[in-house]
Design a protein around this ligand. Structure first.
Ligand code: AMP
Length: 220
């Protein structure tokens, strides 16, 4: 099963995709995570990618398309994948169709998680994660069970994403409206797009996604 999760920054795509990766055995492919790995290298290319990401703009289509094409060809994607953060432009959506067609594959579901802007800003501004294992937290809504200690790996080091700064968040919203929203008609025209209410709470969103995919809802 091949799934695309769409939605603005902070809509919860990553949180949901992780839940379904564990329960359905399909790979969670997050282009933001792939690019953060590139950006953490000390190469000139890594430095350029980091600069683009920190500003809230998109990396060039050609780079991300090659990255995804290589990734979905790997054996662990054989049973399917959930794309989180890709496609983000119409050319990326077209390139995805081409690369899947070459492998005689297609997209089964495209799910848009809708959340209003005020809630998105609130979510992004309090977001932080474990520096070691990447587990996500929120200053107001989802603090570690023991203050200052990661629930998952016990690390005491946490990081805020540089692109969660207010200026970068503004740029990311603008980029989403201008470059990513135009892909919605692309999938709507093929009757693939389903829209769910991302304000409904994490577990309710999971239940709705599970119903669309036709699987049991994974537990948190
Ligand atoms: P995310 O973690 O999905 O919010 O992505 C973080 C940043 O990575 C974005 O703001 C972009 O700079 C970059 N990025 C992630 N996915 C893509 C993509 N599909 N196309 C271009 N840039 C991307």
């Amino acid at each position: 099963m091949n799934v695309i999760l769409l939605g603005p920054p902070g809509s919860g795509k990553g949180t949901q995709a992780k839940r379904f990766e564990q329960s359905c055995g399909i790979r969670h492919l997050a282009t933001g995570d792939m690019l953060r790995a590139v950006a953490s290298s000390s190469s000139e290319f890594g430095r350029r990618v980091k600069e683009i990401m920190d500003s809230g703009q998109l990396v060039p289509d050609a780079i991300i398309i090659d990255m995804i094409a290589a990734r979905i060809a790997e054996p662990d994607c054989r049973d399917g994948f959930i794309l989180d953060g890709f496609p983000r432009t119409v050319p990326q959506a077209q390139a995805l169709d081409d690369m899947l067609a070459q492998r005689r594959l297609g997209i089964d579901h495209v799910i848009l998680i809708e959340v209003n802007d005020a809630a998105l800003i609130d979510r992004l501004s309090g977001r932080f994660s474990c520096a070691k294992c990447g587990a996500s937290y929120h200053e107001r809504y989802n603090r570690p069970r023991v203050e200052g200690v990661c629930d998952i790996c016990g690390s005491r080091e946490f990081v805020h994403r540089p692109d969660d700064r207010p200026e970068a968040v503004r740029a990311r919203f603008e980029v989403y409206r201008r470059q990513t929203e135009p892909i919605l008609p692309y999938y709507r025209a093929r009757s693939l797009l389903r829209v769910i209410d991302g304000m409904a709470g994490i577990d309710n969103v999971t239940t709705e996604i599970a119903a669309i995919l036709g699987v049991d809802a994974p537990h948190a």
